[in-house]
Design a protein around this ligand. Structure first.
Ligand SMILES: NC(=O)c1ccc[n+]([C@@H]2O[C@H](COP(=O)([O-])OP(=O)(O)OC[C@H]3O[C@@H](n4cnc5c(N)ncnc54)[C@H](OP(=O)(O)O)[C@@H]3O)[C@@H](O)[C@H]2O)c1
Length: 280
C-alpha cells in the first residue's frame, strides 16, 4: 500500500525541519537527496532532478510528495516538469514549494510549473514562500561576518518567513486534504527593510551590522567574486526588483490558516539563531 511521504531536498533548509515535523507526527517519510544522506527515523533515498532514472525508486510506496527546487538552479521548468509528470502518472499528491509573487505573470517559469501542476490532474497544494529569514545565516552570513549586508533592495521591505513556518505549513498541506487545489502565499508577520533587519541583527548578536544598498551590477560582481556562477548571480539580482517595488512587503495570514499558529517574526528568528549568526 502507498502511504509514504517523499520529501525532496530533505537535507536542505526547508526539507530538514519538514522531515522532522512529519516524523514527530508519526508519518512514514522517504528523505530524498542526491547523496541519500541518512536521516534518523526516515528512509533515505537517492533522487537527482537531473537523473530521471532515480525517480521510480524514489516514488515507490509514496502517495504524497513535497516537490521543491534546491538553491542554485536556474532551469526550473526543465528540472521540475518531469518530476510533476512522474508524480501525476502515479496519482501522487504534490505539495509544491514555489516562490512568492510568481503568480503576477504567467510567463514566469515557476508560474508555468504551477500551471502544469494545476492541469496535471493529480491532487496538489502550492506554497509560495516569501524571502527566507534563514538567508541571513546562509546567503548573507559572509557579509554579516564583515559587519555589512550589501544587497540591491534599496529601502524595500519584505515579510521574511522562517523556514520552520514553511515546513509546518508544508506538513499541514501534506497530511490533510482540506487545502487541496489551493495556493498559499507564505509570509512572516510583518514587513521589514534590510536596514531594520541589520538593526535587529546588531542588537541581538551585539555587533554592529550596517546595511549598504547597492546596484545590480555591483551585487552580481560581488557574488561572482564569491564563487557564485554568473547565471545564478544574475537571477538573484533580478529577484530584488520586486523587493525595490515594495511587492514583497505584503503580509498574509496563510501560515496561520495552514498551521493554526502565527508565523515567527524576524526578531524571533534572529534570537533563536544568534549563536550561528555570531560565529565567524
Ligand atoms: N531563499 C529564499 O529566500 C527563497 C524564497 C522563496 C523561494 N525560495 C525557493 O526555495 C528553494 C530552495 O529551498 P531550500 O533553501 O530549502 O533548498 P536547499 O536547502 O538549497 O536544498 C538543498 C537540498 O536539495 C538537495 N539537492 C541539491 N541538488 C539536488 C539535485 N540535483 N537533485 C536532488 N536533490 C538535490 C540537497 O541534497 P544533496 O546535495 O545531497 O543532493 C539538499 O537536500 C528554491 O527553489 C528557491 O527558489 C527560496
Amino acid at each position: 500500500m502507498s502511504h509514504k511521504i517523499l520529501v525532496l531536498g530533505a537535507t536542505g533548509n526547508v526539507g530538514q525541519p519538514l522531515v522532522q515535523t512529519l516524523l514527530r507526527q508519526g508519518q512514514q517519510v522517504k528523505a530524498a537527496s542526491r547523496s541519500a544522506k541518512p536521516v534518523a527515523g526516515a528512509e533515505s533515498v537517492v533522487f537527482d532532478y537531473a537523473r530521471p532514472e532515480t525517480f521510480p525508486a524514489a516514488f515507490e510506496g509514496v502517495d504524497r510528495a513535497y516537490v521543491m527546487l534546491p538553491t542554485g538552479y536556474v532551469n526550473s521548468k526543465e528540472l521540475l516538469l518531469p518530476v510533476i509528470q512522474a508524480a501525476a502518472e502515479r496519482h501522487v499528491k504534490v505539495v509544491f514549494q514555489s516562490a512568492f509573487g510568481v503568480d503576477a505573470d504567467d510567463s514566469i517559469p515557476y508560474r508555468q510549473v504551477e500551471i502544469a501542476l494545476e492541469k496535471s490532474g493529480t491532487p496538489f497544494v502550492i506554497l509560495r514562500p516569501n524571502w527566507f529569514s534563514d538567508n541571513f545565516h546562509t546567503f548573507w552570513k559572509a557579509g554579516i561576518d564583515h559587519g555589512q549586508i550589501a544587497v540591491p533592495a534599496a529601502e524595500g521591505q519584505s515579510s521574511f518567513i522562517d523556514v520552520r513556518d514553511i515546513a509546518e505549513s508544508a506538513a499541514a498541506a501534506l497530511t490533510t486534504n482540506r487545502f487541496d487545489g489551493q495556493a498559499f502565499n507564505l509570509t512572516g508577520p510583518e514587513a521589514v527593510s534590510y536596514a531594520k533587519a541589520a538593526q535587529i541583527l546588531s542588537e541581538v548578536i551585539c555587533k554592529p551590522i550596517a546595511y549598504t544598498p547597492i546596484d545590480d551590477q555591483t551585487f552580481i560582481g560581488m557574488l561572482i567574486g564569491a564563487g557564485v556562477p554568473g547565471d545564478y548571480a544574475s537571477f538573484l539580482a533580478s529577484i530584488f526588483h520586486p523587493v525595490r517595488e515594495g511587492w514583497t512587503a505584503a503580509v498574509t495570514d496563510h501560515v496561520q490558516l495552514l498551521t493554526g499558529k502565527p508565523p515567527r517574526s524576524l526578531a524571533t528568528y534572529v534570537r533563536e539563531h544568534a549563536t550561528a549568526l555570531r560565529q565567524a
